[in-house]
Design a binder for this molecule. Sequence first.
Ligand SMILES: Cc1cc2nc3c(=O)[nH]c(=O)nc-3n(C[C@H](O)[C@H](O)[C@H](O)COP(=O)(O)OP(=O)(O)OC[C@H]3O[C@@H](n4cnc5c(N)ncnc54)[C@H](O)[C@@H]3O)c2cc1C
Length: 479
Amino acid sequence: MDADVLVAGAGPTGLLLANELQLAGARVLVLERMPQRTGQSKALNLQPRTAEMLQLRGWLDAVLGRAMATLPAGHFAGLPLDYTVFDTPFPYQVGIPQARVEEFLEDRLTGHGVPVLRGHELLDLAQDDQGVTATVAGPDGRRTLRARYLVGADGGHSTVRKRLGAAFPGRDGRVSAVVADAVLEGEAGTEWRLPELEPDENGVCFLLPLGDGLYRLVLGGPAQQGAERTAPVTEEEIRAGLRLHHGDTVRLRELRWASRFTDASRQVERYRHGRVLLAGDAAHIHNPSGGQGLNLGMQDAFNLGWKLAADLAGWASPGLLDTYHDERHPVGAMVLENTRAQGVLGVPDPDVRVLRGVFAELLATPEANRRIAGMISGLDIRYPIAGEPEHPLLGGRLPRIELRSGRGLLLWSAGRADLAGAVAPWADRVDCAVGAATRDGADLSVLVRPDGYVCWVAEGAAGQPKDALHRWFGEPARA
Ligand SMILES: Cc1cc2nc3c(=O)[nH]c(=O)nc-3n(C[C@H](O)[C@H](O)[C@H](O)COP(=O)(O)OP(=O)(O)OC[C@H]3O[C@@H](n4cnc5c(N)ncnc54)[C@H](O)[C@@H]3O)c2cc1C
């Protein structure tokens, strides 16, 4: 075997997954088609749950060091969402270009000796009972690589997904727009702010400062709608868009890069195909509304990494790896739904403008804000984790903890010293600490998975975690 896991694609999903696997002791090899990093960024934000995830591993400070801004709000089709209502150390969006997140993750991998093979394109794959064989084209020609698992994190046009023949239901794009980074002159503004996505008959033209006169520009209107998907974006198209929306107050000096995107919306039917798994844009595509795609992909990676590592280490309970699909497919489906709804709120039509007004009023109420902000921020994700007894914390995230080792954690309340003994057989995969959470004044003992989600809760002196330990952490090393 050349590796335990081959990861196809060094985008944010593949790079985070490789980091998680490395942390858990797996041998990983990342294949990336592009010979060099382009430095280009589609996404510009980390949502609160992604920030929490990076904090769990102790990686957030380094990422924040590369950030440009924080925004205390999220948005739904440009309508503001208040994140400060949540119990989180990060009730804000981190404004950071995707390329800087990737740079941090790739540097960390190479610092730990994990090969990121650039200029290596995965062409084909075949799997059997023992592993996966990938055909790869690299600078020295074609070769095959073999691993126990392969993860397709190779983006929306995923070769892995196509070679699997995996069903990818949904619909094609209906709306086309342009994203570009350009140096602008004039009154383009210097503040980070939420996107203004209320279209008039000319569509939308949103500008966000990236520093040194560089701006992110999102342009959508009749000209973009009528353009062929593969037509190059010209300087003239950008100039015409700026003139239409800003008169001569904002002028183009230099176009750094530009591309077209659509609101195509599709999700792969199954995230797992034997020894091949799909994650990130390879598993789901949707319009960028709300700033969710990168975050969704990174959270896929975080869910998958420890489960795959457990399988490789030989202690995964039966079915653990399948919970990746069971838990992440519904979350992806929800994002597809909310982005389609946001797309409707961006249609340039007087009646839609009325609908936006109704939505804006609704989102100003605490209940609606909490519901939608919880979804967009990733903070309200509840995985279907059954427990005895049932508890409202089960399946949700536990904020303000650290899991730097990538192992699970049993947090026990002062009166439950017996739990230290209960967890001892799993000491190689579950850490143990006093200092439990409280809820409504009651002391809680909590078992947390390596991805920070609660898989067992007990209040007071009741309850033993044995079943949950078996379910999520397998057979103990010494019975
Ligand atoms: C205009 C626009 C704006 C966006 N804004 C936001 C935002 O603000 N917030 C947000 O969260 N999301 C946003 N997104 C979405 C976000 O950029 C994507 O969801 C994210 O890039 C997905 O990451 P990924 O790693 O899954 O895939 P990708 O970033 O596409 O990475 C896949 C990698 O795989 C490589 N690859 C492809 N094929 C092969 C192969 N055969 N072999 C080897 N390597 C291969 C590619 O070169 C690439 O490096 C935006 C998207 C667009 C289009």
